[in-house]
Design a protein around this ligand. Sequence first.
Ligand SMILES: [Zn+2]
Length: 407
Amino acid sequence: MPDDLDALTISRRIGPELVDLRRRLHRIPEVGLHLPDTQAAVVEALAGLDLEVTLGESLSSVVAVLRGRAPVSGERPVVLLRGDMDALPVTEEVDVDYVSQRPGTMHACGHDLHMAGLVGAARILHELREQLVGDVVLMFQPAEEGPGGAEPMIREGLLEAAGRRVDAAYAVHVYSTDHPFGTWFGRPGTLMAAADEVTVVVHGLGGHGAAPERTLDPVPVACEIVLAFHTAVTRQFSVWDPVVLTVGKIAAGTVNNVIPDDARIEASLRTFSPEHRAKAHEVVTRLAQGIAAAHGLTAEVSIGNGYPVTVNDVDEQAFAQGVVVDLFGADRWTDMVNPEAGSEDMSFVLEEVPGAYLNVSACAHADLHDAQDNHSPRAAFDDAVVPDVAAALAEMALRRSRQLATG
Ligand SMILES: [Zn+2]
């Protein structure tokens, strides 16, 4: 076998083409579930590879199955690699010659690097398919920033795309800040929060501000509910499994001397375990309804289910971290001490299949203090990291499917 047939070497050779693809994608950002130009660019970049490509029905996803050619005795392992595709409603302020050509829309979370990295992994695995045991599902996913693309892709058959259920799943996310360029970071277990929207409408009976006894005033009741929410966070949940409950909006009434019929509370709820998430839904509902009832009013509670907690399987995380350390060296790895309070819809895949989600810094600034967070109009990503992302994803698929085949 020629010496240059390994993932890292191939990634270096095709690196300039991957960087070029990333920049083309960066110029044409699209937001949400329907990304026709982005989807067309991904399909074009995969053309010429021996893949089974399926386009999404309810969203602009691309699922490509790559069949390995190494002999397998028994069931063919299936590994899933994911890259998200969508941009954000942000006007870019980064001064680069491939700046977004669509004012009001920007790849401010680096998903353009993810697509280029996943295309790179596909090209590497295609070139190495004589060594690949089993099949790889390449998941190009819209709407990570909302309303969510992973769930509809699962409904459309993502996890069975290779004809057998996926055995393990991996994803990589780039960061524009926090760590020096090229540093990989992650943690086993809980990685990111679940994020839910809570809305409470307190229904009372409005009337004259001079005669509250003839009304059912929802305003003080709403205030009590807000205070009770904050008390509950510290009194009913362990500090070792945190809950963040922020009331970002409270609205009622029109003028000073009219008691309104209703009051409305909107809150953001973030939790880090399924247990506390379920308990928090219960507590919030009980408090709002109970406090309203105690005053003779009613409260209507709705909780919009956001993305679940993102959990890295302990063994899969150790495996993925091992691949990164082997490829790039131990000094390129940093353990994350705490989970992040952001959320991610890869969580839906990781609820179904054991896997790992790793981060890597693509910080474009020598001094981290100059760097702006992902989602900022000034978030700058150095795409020199793209070949590394491609090599890491490809190597994870190669090694894990070999392990799965040998049991
Ligand atoms: Zn993102």
